[in-house]
Structure formats: C-alpha cells, structure tokens
Design a protein around this ligand. Sequence first.
Ligand code: MTE
Length: 312
Amino acid sequence: MSFKNPIRPSEITPEHIYNDRRKFLKSIAIGLGATALSSMAFAKVRSLDNIVDSDLSIGDKKTSFKDITTYNNYYEFGTKKTDPSEYADKLTTDPWSVSIDGAVKKNKVLSIDEIIKLSSLEERIYRLRCVEGWSMVIPWVGIPLRSLLKHVSPTNNAKFVKFTTLNRPSEMIGQRYKVLDWPYVEGLRMDEAMHPLTILAVGLYGKVLPNQNGAPIRLVVPWKYGFKSTKAITKISLVEKMPETSWMKAGPSEYGFYANVNPKVDHPRWTQATEREIGKGLFAPRVKTKMFNGYEKEVGYMYKNMDLKKYF
Ligand code: MTE
C-alpha cells in the first residue's frame, strides 16, 4: 500500500466542498422522497448505429456497465458517488445544442445529430484515471474533438478551448449549492484539443450516454485526470487566454490546468503513484499509475520543455 496516509472522504475534496456536501445531502434527504432516491437514470438509453472500432483503444478488461454508471463524479447532482445515478434522470437532454464561438471563422450552434455526422462514430476503450486515485476502463463511443474544431475553422487567435457545462439548477440539484463555481468550466490547450486521442463522447457500451456519465455529450481526454472531461457540454469557446477552470478556482494548489496523469507528481494530500481499479474489490492490490495514463509515446512531445511539477 503506497498511500502516504489513509484518505478520509473529508480530505478528498477541499474542506468547504465537504461541508457544503453535508448540507446538500441533508437537504436532499428532506426534500426528496424514497422514489427519487431509488430511481436510476437509464430511461433514455438506446443503441447507437454504425460504430466502428478504433485502433486507439486499449486492450484492458472493461469495467462493468453497472460500475461505470453507478460510481460517478458529477457535482451538479451531488458529491457522493451514487448521487449522479440517483438524481441525473431529472435532466432533459433532448433537445440539446452546443454553441461554438470565439476565435473561429463563423460561430455555430449544432445539435448532437449534426455533431455526430461530422465524423464516423468510434468505440474508444480508454482508462479513466480520476485524480482521487481510482480508475476504470470505459468503452466510450464518440468522435474526435478535432473533427468539430476543424468544422468551425479556428483563427490564429485560438490558443485554448474552453468547455462549459449546462447551468440548470432546476434540474441539476447540486447546482443549488455553491459546491463549485457553476457552471462547470474546463479547458485544453489547442494542441491537446486537436490531438487524435481527444474525443467528444455520446455513448458507452454501444448505447447512448447515460445522464450520469455526461449525456448528451462530454469530453474525454485519456491522458489527463478525469476532472478535465467536462460533462453535458453546452458551449465550446476558442479563446486566446488560458481559461480559469472550476477546479482551479476551488483549489488552485491542488488542481492545475494541465492535470496530466503523472505518478511522479503527487497531489498535495495523497500519492498519485498507484491507483485502485474499480470493480476489482476493495482488497485487490493497487496498480502502478502510468505516466500520461499510458500514452507517453503519443502525447509526451507536447510537454517536452515543461516543468510538470510546476505545470501540474
Ligand atoms: N463534469 C461536470 N460537468 N461536473 C463534474 O462534477 N466531474 C469530473 C468529470 N466531469 C465532473 C465532470 C470528474 S472529477 C471525473 S473523475 C469524471 O467526470 C467522472 O466521469 P464518470 O462519472 O463518467 O466516470
């Protein structure tokens, strides 16, 4: 066991978030009946057509559909791992549009169907490594983000891409509490966004993305910690300056802009050298975390001259 210290839930999230969470849970217990608590957000799941296998998939054993869809991080629905599968069915995901603006030749507003048509749908099996020290292997279905970015013709001022999640407290009950600075914002450098490994996912296990996993469309960047993978995206802006992300605002000394998976750079409060694989049981040995989550050959060149301890 290479954990420096055993981690209590109160330590995983910054303290103010933990305290807000306690308030949040209390209010949910009061405000919602047992029916809502037991409902799962699987209602919208339907199969996707014409999915092709990708050469960029990993061969690791996939985590079960049940674990992928019931052990989630999605603070818009609460901070407990089971909150998203319990409360995300409230979210209306159709109709949906994504606006793309900023440093592009022409702003666009696209539906999910229009986005899917920009490229063939691929299954990409990736390991999702969460900053909290666990991982899963997920068969995503999606298109490369670069197909969408090319479609809007970025101008020379496009240096970063900013992703914004839906802001709808009426359906996203976690947004009624200032757990994070809503809406959830994340960002990538332009070369990271254009990298062939970066995808916009619309499904998993061949089916439409369940709400708790970020329906109808989310980002997946497999060499970065999971918090970079913005769920329920409504806006993609190409910008000149590095966007300040929700996690950078919440804990600037703990969550950096780059967030590359790096076993040599620990989180200030716990090691990143090893991870727990979800679904293998609590007593299974932790496995060694790989540099860039196993993609050093594919992505290392983008960070060659950077001090990754400073730019964590
Ligand atoms: N996106 C939004 N909008 N809100 C969130 O709270 N959590 C992030 C990321 N995307 C989050 C989000 C974190 S911390 C992780 S680890 C992944 O989603 C988890 O994705 P999963 O629940 O599909 O495994």
